[in-house]
Ligand binder design. Structure first.
Ligand code: PGA
Length: 254
Protein backbone atom coordinates (compact mmCIF):
# COMPACT_ATOMS: atom_id res chain seq x y z
CA UNK A 1 0.00 0.00 0.00
CA UNK A 2 1.02 3.58 -0.53
CA UNK A 3 2.91 5.68 2.02
CA UNK A 4 1.44 8.44 4.10
CA UNK A 5 3.80 11.39 3.66
CA UNK A 6 4.11 14.62 5.64
CA UNK A 7 6.42 16.97 3.79
CA UNK A 8 7.63 20.43 4.81
CA UNK A 9 8.53 22.89 2.07
CA UNK A 10 10.68 25.57 3.70
CA UNK A 11 10.85 27.61 0.46
CA UNK A 12 13.31 30.56 0.56
CA UNK A 13 13.23 30.87 4.34
CA UNK A 14 15.87 30.44 7.04
CA UNK A 15 19.55 31.29 6.77
CA UNK A 16 21.81 28.26 7.22
CA UNK A 17 22.25 29.02 10.95
CA UNK A 18 18.51 29.44 11.42
CA UNK A 19 17.79 26.31 9.40
CA UNK A 20 20.13 24.24 11.56
CA UNK A 21 18.32 25.50 14.66
CA UNK A 22 14.94 24.73 13.13
CA UNK A 23 16.12 21.24 12.34
CA UNK A 24 17.19 20.67 15.95
CA UNK A 25 13.84 21.92 17.21
CA UNK A 26 12.14 19.58 14.79
CA UNK A 27 14.20 16.65 15.99
CA UNK A 28 12.98 17.33 19.53
CA UNK A 29 9.33 17.91 18.59
CA UNK A 30 8.55 15.18 16.07
CA UNK A 31 6.53 12.28 17.42
CA UNK A 32 7.51 8.75 16.55
CA UNK A 33 5.82 7.66 13.37
CA UNK A 34 5.92 5.00 10.71
CA UNK A 35 4.85 7.59 8.14
CA UNK A 36 7.34 9.27 5.88
CA UNK A 37 8.45 12.70 7.06
CA UNK A 38 10.27 14.79 4.47
CA UNK A 39 11.67 18.29 4.51
CA UNK A 40 12.64 20.43 1.55
CA UNK A 41 15.08 22.95 3.06
CA UNK A 42 17.14 25.52 1.15
CA UNK A 43 20.00 23.86 -0.77
CA UNK A 44 22.64 25.24 1.59
CA UNK A 45 21.59 22.97 4.44
CA UNK A 46 20.49 20.01 2.42
CA UNK A 47 23.58 17.95 3.19
CA UNK A 48 23.49 18.90 6.87
CA UNK A 49 19.81 17.94 7.12
CA UNK A 50 20.36 14.65 5.31
CA UNK A 51 23.21 13.77 7.66
CA UNK A 52 21.05 14.56 10.68
CA UNK A 53 19.29 11.38 9.61
CA UNK A 54 15.90 11.64 11.31
CA UNK A 55 13.86 12.85 8.32
CA UNK A 56 14.04 12.32 4.58
CA UNK A 57 15.40 15.33 2.75
CA UNK A 58 14.57 16.71 -0.67
CA UNK A 59 15.55 19.55 -2.99
CA UNK A 60 13.11 22.32 -3.89
CA UNK A 61 14.16 22.27 -7.55
CA UNK A 62 16.67 20.71 -9.94
CA UNK A 63 17.86 20.90 -13.53
CA UNK A 64 17.00 18.03 -15.83
CA UNK A 65 20.45 17.82 -17.43
CA UNK A 66 23.19 15.94 -15.58
CA UNK A 67 25.75 18.68 -16.08
CA UNK A 68 26.73 21.49 -18.39
CA UNK A 69 26.61 25.22 -19.05
CA UNK A 70 23.55 26.10 -16.94
CA UNK A 71 24.77 28.86 -14.66
CA UNK A 72 23.21 28.80 -11.24
CA UNK A 73 21.53 25.43 -11.59
CA UNK A 74 22.02 22.15 -9.71
CA UNK A 75 21.73 18.71 -11.25
CA UNK A 76 20.17 15.59 -9.81
CA UNK A 77 23.49 13.71 -9.47
CA UNK A 78 24.81 16.66 -7.42
CA UNK A 79 21.72 16.75 -5.24
CA UNK A 80 21.65 13.02 -4.76
CA UNK A 81 25.29 12.97 -3.70
CA UNK A 82 24.59 15.34 -0.81
CA UNK A 83 21.62 13.31 0.36
CA UNK A 84 18.53 14.47 -1.54
CA UNK A 85 16.14 11.54 -1.73
CA UNK A 86 13.33 13.59 -3.28
CA UNK A 87 12.79 16.69 -5.37
CA UNK A 88 9.87 19.08 -5.80
CA UNK A 89 8.86 19.49 -9.44
CA UNK A 90 6.34 21.87 -10.92
CA UNK A 91 5.56 23.82 -7.77
CA UNK A 92 3.20 26.63 -8.72
CA UNK A 93 5.72 29.24 -7.55
CA UNK A 94 8.22 27.86 -10.03
CA UNK A 95 5.61 27.69 -12.78
CA UNK A 96 4.55 31.26 -12.02
CA UNK A 97 7.84 33.06 -11.29
CA UNK A 98 10.47 30.94 -12.97
CA UNK A 99 8.86 29.93 -16.23
CA UNK A 100 8.53 26.26 -15.34
CA UNK A 101 6.49 24.68 -18.13
CA UNK A 102 4.76 21.33 -18.56
CA UNK A 103 7.70 20.38 -20.78
CA UNK A 104 10.44 21.21 -18.23
CA UNK A 105 8.34 19.51 -15.55
CA UNK A 106 8.19 16.38 -17.71
CA UNK A 107 11.95 16.40 -18.27
CA UNK A 108 12.67 16.90 -14.56
CA UNK A 109 10.39 14.04 -13.53
CA UNK A 110 12.06 11.68 -15.98
CA UNK A 111 15.53 12.82 -14.89
CA UNK A 112 14.71 12.43 -11.19
CA UNK A 113 13.38 8.89 -11.70
CA UNK A 114 16.46 7.99 -13.73
CA UNK A 115 18.64 9.11 -10.81
CA UNK A 116 16.50 7.32 -8.23
CA UNK A 117 15.36 10.56 -6.67
CA UNK A 118 11.62 10.61 -5.91
CA UNK A 119 9.85 13.42 -7.76
CA UNK A 120 7.06 15.21 -5.90
CA UNK A 121 4.98 16.49 -8.81
CA UNK A 122 2.84 19.50 -7.91
CA UNK A 123 -0.34 20.27 -9.82
CA UNK A 124 -3.13 22.72 -9.10
CA UNK A 125 -5.51 25.24 -10.60
CA UNK A 126 -5.71 29.00 -10.10
CA UNK A 127 -8.82 30.70 -8.70
CA UNK A 128 -10.11 31.88 -12.11
CA UNK A 129 -9.67 28.32 -13.40
CA UNK A 130 -11.64 26.96 -10.45
CA UNK A 131 -14.37 29.54 -10.87
CA UNK A 132 -14.66 28.87 -14.58
CA UNK A 133 -15.13 25.13 -13.88
CA UNK A 134 -13.02 22.61 -15.79
CA UNK A 135 -10.43 22.47 -12.99
CA UNK A 136 -10.49 18.68 -12.88
CA UNK A 137 -9.60 18.55 -16.58
CA UNK A 138 -6.90 21.16 -15.97
CA UNK A 139 -5.14 19.29 -13.15
CA UNK A 140 -5.43 15.88 -14.84
CA UNK A 141 -4.02 17.58 -17.95
CA UNK A 142 -1.02 18.76 -15.89
CA UNK A 143 -0.58 15.19 -14.66
CA UNK A 144 -0.78 13.81 -18.19
CA UNK A 145 1.80 16.27 -19.50
CA UNK A 146 4.18 15.60 -16.61
CA UNK A 147 4.04 11.82 -16.85
CA UNK A 148 4.12 11.53 -20.65
CA UNK A 149 6.40 8.71 -21.77
CA UNK A 150 6.61 6.96 -18.38
CA UNK A 151 5.40 3.44 -17.73
CA UNK A 152 3.38 2.30 -14.72
CA UNK A 153 6.45 1.19 -12.78
CA UNK A 154 7.95 4.68 -13.06
CA UNK A 155 4.65 6.32 -12.16
CA UNK A 156 4.50 4.23 -8.98
CA UNK A 157 7.75 5.88 -7.87
CA UNK A 158 6.27 9.37 -8.26
CA UNK A 159 4.48 11.32 -5.54
CA UNK A 160 1.72 13.71 -6.60
CA UNK A 161 0.76 16.83 -4.65
CA UNK A 162 -2.50 18.63 -5.35
CA UNK A 163 -1.85 22.25 -4.49
CA UNK A 164 -4.61 24.66 -5.53
CA UNK A 165 -2.77 27.89 -6.31
CA UNK A 166 -5.46 29.92 -4.54
CA UNK A 167 -4.76 28.10 -1.27
CA UNK A 168 -0.98 28.39 -1.20
CA UNK A 169 0.29 30.82 1.42
CA UNK A 170 -3.08 32.55 1.50
CA UNK A 171 -4.53 31.08 4.68
CA UNK A 172 -7.46 29.89 2.56
CA UNK A 173 -7.50 26.11 2.68
CA UNK A 174 -9.48 23.99 0.28
CA UNK A 175 -12.26 22.28 2.18
CA UNK A 176 -11.66 18.61 2.80
CA UNK A 177 -14.39 17.86 0.24
CA UNK A 178 -12.80 20.07 -2.41
CA UNK A 179 -9.38 18.51 -1.82
CA UNK A 180 -10.78 14.97 -1.82
CA UNK A 181 -12.67 15.60 -5.06
CA UNK A 182 -9.50 16.58 -6.90
CA UNK A 183 -7.26 13.93 -5.30
CA UNK A 184 -9.83 11.26 -6.23
CA UNK A 185 -9.97 12.61 -9.80
CA UNK A 186 -6.17 12.45 -10.03
CA UNK A 187 -6.19 8.85 -8.78
CA UNK A 188 -9.04 8.03 -11.17
CA UNK A 189 -7.04 9.40 -14.07
CA UNK A 190 -4.01 7.34 -12.99
CA UNK A 191 -6.22 4.23 -12.80
CA UNK A 192 -7.61 4.81 -16.29
CA UNK A 193 -4.17 5.35 -17.77
CA UNK A 194 -1.94 2.93 -15.85
CA UNK A 195 -4.35 0.55 -14.14
CA UNK A 196 -5.86 0.35 -10.69
CA UNK A 197 -2.86 -1.28 -9.08
CA UNK A 198 -0.56 1.60 -10.05
CA UNK A 199 -3.12 4.20 -8.96
CA UNK A 200 -3.42 2.59 -5.53
CA UNK A 201 0.35 2.77 -5.03
CA UNK A 202 0.79 6.47 -5.74
CA UNK A 203 0.76 8.76 -2.71
CA UNK A 204 -1.32 11.85 -3.42
CA UNK A 205 -0.80 14.75 -1.02
CA UNK A 206 -2.75 17.92 -0.42
CA UNK A 207 -0.94 21.25 -0.08
CA UNK A 208 -2.17 24.78 0.52
CA UNK A 209 -2.42 26.40 3.96
CA UNK A 210 -2.49 23.04 5.73
CA UNK A 211 -2.01 23.54 9.45
CA UNK A 212 -2.50 21.86 12.82
CA UNK A 213 -6.15 22.91 12.91
CA UNK A 214 -7.33 21.71 9.51
CA UNK A 215 -5.02 18.68 9.08
CA UNK A 216 -7.33 16.09 10.68
CA UNK A 217 -10.27 16.86 8.45
CA UNK A 218 -8.12 16.74 5.30
CA UNK A 219 -6.20 13.62 6.29
CA UNK A 220 -9.40 11.71 7.07
CA UNK A 221 -10.24 11.70 3.37
CA UNK A 222 -9.49 8.41 1.64
CA UNK A 223 -7.58 9.82 -1.35
CA UNK A 224 -5.47 12.30 0.64
CA UNK A 225 -2.32 10.47 1.66
CA UNK A 226 -0.57 13.29 3.45
CA UNK A 227 0.39 16.92 3.14
CA UNK A 228 2.86 19.24 1.47
CA UNK A 229 3.14 21.94 4.05
CA UNK A 230 4.71 25.37 3.57
CA UNK A 231 4.20 28.03 6.25
CA UNK A 232 3.27 25.63 9.03
CA UNK A 233 6.41 23.55 8.43
CA UNK A 234 8.53 26.48 9.64
CA UNK A 235 6.97 26.09 13.09
CA UNK A 236 8.37 22.87 14.57
CA UNK A 237 5.58 22.40 17.12
CA UNK A 238 2.92 22.88 14.48
CA UNK A 239 4.57 20.58 11.96
CA UNK A 240 5.00 17.98 14.72
CA UNK A 241 1.36 18.34 15.59
CA UNK A 242 0.38 17.61 11.97
CA UNK A 243 2.49 14.44 12.07
CA UNK A 244 0.77 13.49 15.34
CA UNK A 245 -2.60 14.07 13.69
CA UNK A 246 -1.57 11.80 10.81
CA UNK A 247 -0.69 9.12 13.37
CA UNK A 248 -4.13 9.46 14.88
CA UNK A 249 -6.11 9.67 11.66
CA UNK A 250 -4.18 7.27 9.43
CA UNK A 251 -2.54 5.07 12.07
CA UNK A 252 1.23 5.03 12.21
CA UNK A 253 2.36 5.91 15.72
CA UNK A 254 5.42 3.94 16.71
P1 PGA B 1 1.53 26.82 2.34
O1 PGA B 1 2.46 26.28 1.14
O2 PGA B 1 1.33 25.63 3.28
O3 PGA B 1 2.31 27.91 2.99
O4 PGA B 1 0.26 27.26 1.75
C1 PGA B 1 2.29 25.00 0.59
C2 PGA B 1 3.26 24.81 -0.55
O5 PGA B 1 3.49 25.76 -1.30
O6 PGA B 1 3.80 23.72 -0.75
Amino acid sequence: MRNVILAGNWKMNETPAQARRLLEQLRESLPKTSHEVVIFPPYLVLEHAAKAGFVKVGAQNCHFEEKGAFTGELSLPMLREVGAACVLVGHSERRQYFAETDETVRKKIAAALAQDVTPFLCVGETLPQREAGGYLEFVTGQLEAALAGLDGEAVKRTVVAYEPVWAIGTGVTATAEQAQEVCAALRGWLADRYGKEVAQEVSILYGGSMNAKNAAELLKKPDIDGGLIGGASLKPEEFASIVKTANEVKGGAR
